[in-house]
Design a protein around this ligand. Sequence first.
Ligand SMILES: [Zn+2]
Length: 187
Amino acid sequence: MNCSHESKDLKPCTSERSVANLKYKFKTKRCGSCQAVLWSKEIDTDFHQWLTKQKKSFRNRFVLQKIQINQDLVSFAEELASSRCTNVSSVYQAALACYFVFAPKHEGWREVLDEAKAESTSPSTLISKLDVNPSMFLEIEANSKLFDMTNSAVASWAIGHVLQVALEAKTAIDQEVRNFVDAALAA
Ligand SMILES: [Zn+2]
């Protein structure tokens, strides 16, 4: 629906947005014509500051649990981590950043990642806990709602597919995915 939210139609209101079962309450305006609750740049900045504070106070809320990845990919992630003298969680975090932050900015990347055959016959391993930053958590949660999946299932999908593409590195885009993950580990 195209509504220009004319200023004469705007009414002050309070609204809330929830992340990790934490509620962010904010004052804004509602458009009386289309009922949209307006979200401004200022609210967005305030929201992200609030998120950072929540991460400090409620660290355990931003942890993903029971992520499932097949054993070949776990071995590959461990290799990448050891070649960069870092821990394997960093590889998984880099894979999430690749899928949710980097890929959407590059045409065709999501398609390549989503089409990867990451559900192999090799047994899968459970990553019991993975700490993620609040903005990443927000992305994952938005996708869980959109696709009616759990946060862990969304994270398992994203990590598995990025690592599968990086492992095979068959095309130029695949190689760039691998370079992205590698560069994120070196940072
Ligand atoms: Zn409107």
